[in-house]
Design a protein around this ligand. Structure first.
Ligand SMILES: Cc1cc2nc3c(=O)[nH]c(=O)nc-3n(C[C@H](O)[C@H](O)[C@H](O)COP(=O)(O)OP(=O)(O)OC[C@H]3O[C@@H](n4cnc5c(N)ncnc54)[C@H](O)[C@@H]3O)c2cc1C
Length: 380
């Protein structure tokens, strides 16, 4: 049986980052991914994700600040550009007062604008509340970032195997891990398990997890009302990433399914989506088709709040969320098994920093989970 120091199971965003972070520490790493390097079956495909730094929780504010630096390191290491600083606006009745002050405390630039000031700058978005704007927000491109992470890992001698499904793992009496694929059994000092929507399927009976709800999410790309593909700098300047936050009990937004997020995806249009409201699915038996009632409500949202987008010209996207009860991540270790799961629809921005946390848990005996991300918070 071939033995490795570390086997990373699941080559999506988090697994690719863990492989990079382990390999750049000089560790022996094997990454196993059941599909191709870039595929449409998980949570990490497409050309856009919000690098939204406008969090309220110190754990996330620190982690996103670290991630920003690590994305730049990855870009330098691989000569790839994955993060565009297009800025970000938070607005709506649910946006907190003085959010800009909080962001300043963590070293981010931010200002508060009136709805009119914001409408003048970004006429494609309708604002009816004060707006928190930060130029330190951006847009990430997963379809470039995943290959870059894996390329960087391979540069540090990580071994990558795609089209290789793991069928089972077990902890052996000597404290190492056996990893079973269709063709062979491998062993390792540690297994880093980053399986997204499939986490429960492989960890059942090995690591006790909190309830993880897998949903099929359905944002869509809407054509620019002005026509064009949004690849030009002029259009790009008009579209920061956006979060429209509703307030509980606000009758004006009671038809909304959730808060709305979005951004310009160059070449594809304006992406807009509900957050964590898709049908609960088995990741191996999905329709990849949008649920029509939610989609119609999203079109209504675009008609009312995104005048710069054409609500009737759209291309739906299908993707999975794996959501924990508190929407915080699970980044923890049990024996030789390190788990990264439950990224609850907001993990991409943090990817390289999550990779660092997973690598530390796999390589440092005294490393401990951040309590917000620990299994212990669920009494597990
Ligand atoms: C529509 C949508 C919009 C989003 N928008 C944002 C955003 O704007 N900002 C943000 O920060 N985050 C966003 N996210 C969240 C972010 O994309 C996810 O948190 C992140 O991609 C999760 O990565 P992952 O590695 O956990 O999951 P995945 O990428 O799904 O990785 C799991 C991998 O495991 C592999 N696998 C499964 N079973 C096996 C097996 N048996 N053997 C081997 N491999 C296996 C799968 O093929 C897959 O590649 C969004 C997510 C979605 C779906």
């Amino acid at each position: 049986m071939t033995h490795y120091e570390h086997i990373v199971i699941g080559g999506g965003a988090m697994g690719s980052a863990a492989a990079w972070q382990l390999a750049r520490r000089g560790r022996e790493v094997l990454l196993l991914e059941r599909f191709d390097q870039v595929h449409l079956h998980g949570a990490s495909h497409g050309a856009s994700r919000n690098f939204n730094i406008a969090y309220e929780e110190p754990d996330y504010l620190r982690l996103v600040a670290e991630a920003g630096g690590l994305w730049r390191e990855l870009e330098a290491e691989t000569d790839t550009h994955v993060l565009d600083m297009v800025g970000l606006v938070n607005h709506g009745a649910g946006e907190i007062e003085g959010h800009d002050q909080l962001l300043h405390q963590y070293g981010f630039a931010a200002t508060t604008l009136t709805p009119d000031e914001a409408a003048e700058r970004w006429p494609g978005i309708r604002f009816d509340t004060r707006v928190t704007y930060t130029p330190d927000g951006g847009r990430l491109n997963p379809d470039l970032a995943i290959p870059a992470l894996q390329r960087a890992a391979a540069r540090h001698d990580a071994e990558l195997r795609h089209q290789t499904a793991v069928r089972g793992i077990e902890v052996l009496a000597d404290g190492t891990v056996a990893v079973h694929t269709d063709d062979e059994t491998l062993t390792a000092d540690s297994a880093v398990v980053t399986l997204g929507a499939w986490s429960r399927k492989l960890l059942e009976g090995i690591v006790e997890l909190p309830p993880l709800v897998v949903t099929q999410e359905q944002p869509a790309h809407f054509a620019l009302a002005s026509g064009g593909d949004g690849l030009d700098a002029e259009t790009a300047a008009l579209w920061p990433g956006f979060n429209h936050l509703r307030a509980a009990g606000d009758a004006r937004t009671d038809w909304w399914y959730s808060d709305v997020y979005g951004m310009l995806t160059p070449g594809e249009g304006i992406k807009a989506g509900w957050h964590g409201t898709g049908p609960v699915v088995d990741p191996d038996h999905r329709s990849y088709e949008p649920e029509p009632v939610q989609l119609a409500a999203l079109q209504r949202y675009v008609r009312e709040y995104l005048p710069g987008a054409d609500a009737d010209s759209l291309v739906p996207v299908s993707c999975t969320y794996t959501t924990t009860p508190d929407e915080d991540f699970v980044i923890d270790r049990r024996g030789p098994i390190v788990v990264g799961a439950g990224f609850s629809g907001h993990g991409f921005k943090f990817v390289p920093a999550v990779g660092r946390l997973l690598a530390e848990l796999a390589t440092e005996a005294d490393a401990r989970a951040v309590s917000r991300f620990s299994l212990a918070r669920f009494g597990l």
